[in-house]
Design a protein around this ligand. Structure first.
Ligand code: CTP
Length: 379
């Protein structure tokens, strides 16, 4: 694979030398872009010597279309270390040096390995910027905890090069399986109108679907993202946004796919819609709810590819319920979450296939999504 490492100005830049070396030894072709800040810590020569890397700096920025050529050259782009500053620039759409301009031109999700001091790691502007990056499908690797360059101990250390290299090698294996496959991913929560103002919906951040879309887009699947409600746009080759269950059903029944991930939280009941706005004329308002169609069951009856369902279950009945849904809806896999894990940044999932449990994974949604797509690729 051709891996482009963007290095920004942090003392952790020395670790990106090790990263480049590891990737080179694994047989990858390595390219490096150094920011002006990075040059304070390391030299182009080190990367050339250790990883046979093609190294570029801002001196190359205005020589032709370097950023476009680089963005087209790379299969994977990883920014390591990603400083507070470079994260802020990419999240804000600033492209004033070779690294950020290449990031702007790179058409696939980018992997960021943040490195900074604990106070900066907890800064609210950084948090918002990370959310922006995640929201458009980039991958933010976790940071480590331990001694920092300042002598303090805390969160904010860049992930070790071995771990970053592990994620990148994983991507190569994912590409072997997923590249070119047509994958539909639904995520978010449907909206059923009560009147023209109010809706019934499900709480769903859509993060699992976004994470799946990130990994599968990076693995060069043809991702068709179907967002339900107001969740962020996912990185994808095709994008649709729907509200009602029926809209979702009609769209999906018309689609062809190799894999369909049904991560959307679909309303099981919908009210009788009343045009206009219901006035608050009485103390009690009774809504009459009717069962919606079970979209996944319908897809199971008209199966065109592999179906992956999602289920939120009580822990003690998780396996029984997941396997029941798998059989009744004619699914190939079910990803089940215990209800007690809902709402936390860390998640825990159990992946079931027709023969039973295939794996149990925990971590943040990005880590868990990568485990799921890896496991499906090796079945
Ligand atoms: N699902 C669907 N259409 C519905 C309800 C659910 O396609 N009307 C899908 C969900 O997107 C999910 C899977 O079915 O992938 C399981 O959803 P879940 O809510 O766990 O199961 P239900 O079949 O609705 O059963 P229950 O709510 O009784 O647990």
């Amino acid at each position: 694979m051709r891996v482009l490492i963007g290095v920004s100005g942090s003392i952790a830049a020395f670790k990106s030398l090790i990263l480049a070396r590891l990737l080179y030894k694994e047989g990858h072709e390595v390219g490096v872009v150094l920011t002006r800040g990075a040059l304070n810590f390391i030299t182009p020569l080190s990367f050339q010597e250790l990883a046979g890397a093609r190294v570029l700096t801002d001196d190359d920025f205005f020589k032709g279309n370097t950023h476009i050529d680089l963005a087209r050259w790379a299969d994977v782009m990883v920014v390591a270390p990603a400083t507070y500053n470079v994260i802020g620039k990419v999240a804000s759409g600033i492209a004033d040096d070779l690294l950020t301009a290449t990031a702007a031109a790179f058409p696939h999700p980018i992997v960021f390995a943040p490195a900074m001091h604990t106070e900066m790691w907890h800064n609210r502007i950084l948090r918002r910027n990370l959310d922006i990056l995640r929201g458009v499908g980039h991958v933010i690797l976790p940071v480590g905890e331990g001694p920092l360059a300042s002598g303090d101990v805390g969160e904010g250390r860049m992930l070790e090069p071995e771990e970053i290299a592990h994620y990148i090698s994983r991507l190569e294996r994912l590409m072997e399986f997923w590249a070119g496959k047509r994958v539909v991913i639904t995520y978010g929560g449907t909206y059923e109108p009560i009147d023209d103002v109010r809706v019934i919906t499900n709480r769903s951040s859509g993060r699992m679907g976004l994470a799946l879309a990130s990994w599968l887009s990076m693995a060069r699947a043809h991702v068709v993202a179907v967002a339900c409600g107001g969740v962020p746009t996912a990185p994808s080759a095709e994008f649709h946004r729907v509200g009602r269950v029926l809209e979702l059903r009609n769209l999906l029944l018309d689609m062809d796919y190799d894999y369909l991930f049904m991560a959307a939280a679909v309303s099981d009941y919908a009210p009788d819609y009343r045009p206009g706005k219901i006035k608050k004329s009485s103390d009690v308002l009774t809504l009459h709810l009717k069962r919606t169609v079970d979209v996944l069951s319908e897809l199971g009856r008209n199966k065109k590819g592999t179906l992956v369902g999602f289920a939120l279950e009580e822990r003690d009945r998780l396996e029984e319920e997941a396997m029941r849904k798998l059989r009744e809806k004619n699914l190939d896999y079910v990803v089940a979450n215990p209800i007690d894990a809902i709402g936390s940044e860390r998640t825990e999932v159990f992946l079931f296939g027709r023969e039973g449990l295939l794996g149990r994974y925990s971590g943040n949604k990005w880590q868990v999504a990568s485990e799921i797509v890896m496991r499906l690729a090796s079945v």
